[in-house]
Write a protein that binds this ligand. Structure first.
Ligand code: SF4
Ligand code: SF4
Length: 108
């Protein structure tokens, strides 16, 4: 499922030449609309749900819907980046919420 951009939340990375979601996308799929300065995925069929853009967006403007094999709409996963961990919020199709924390760096 390609990322969905909340146009209310996206600020175009404050008109940076290359917004963060574009910088991190391994497929070079994210870019800004020249007229609106809002991000979009230009080749949605090429997105492989790595969620790098979702995790990096400072505005929380990008959302990934889970593919149907994992959960029907409106099931979704929302990452919240910390210094050395990611807190994932999982919302299933019935609205049940679960959170789990994954340590991504070990600075010790
Ligand atoms: S990283 Fe977020 S705020 Fe920045 S351009 Fe992409 S969607 Fe918009
Ligand atoms: S989920 Fe990954 S591949 Fe898809 S647009 Fe975002 S960064 Fe690119």
């Amino acid at each position: 499922m390609p990322p969905r951009i909340n146009k209310e939340k996206c600020d175009g990375c404050k008109a940076e030449h290359e917004p963060l979601c574009e910088q991190v996308c391994p497929g070079d799929l994210m870019t800004l609309n020249a007229q609106t300065s809002k991000a979009y995925c230009r080749f949605t069929r090429d997105c492989w749900d790595c969620m790098s853009c979702v995790k990096i967006c400072p505005q929380g403007a990008i959302e990934t819907r889970l593919p149907y094999q994992l959960g029907y709409y409106p099931a979704k996963l929302i990452p919240l980046m910390g210094t050395n961990k990611i807190t994932w919020t999982s919302i299933d199709i019935n609205g049940n919420v679960e959170r789990f924390v994954v340590q991504v760096r070990n600075d010790e």
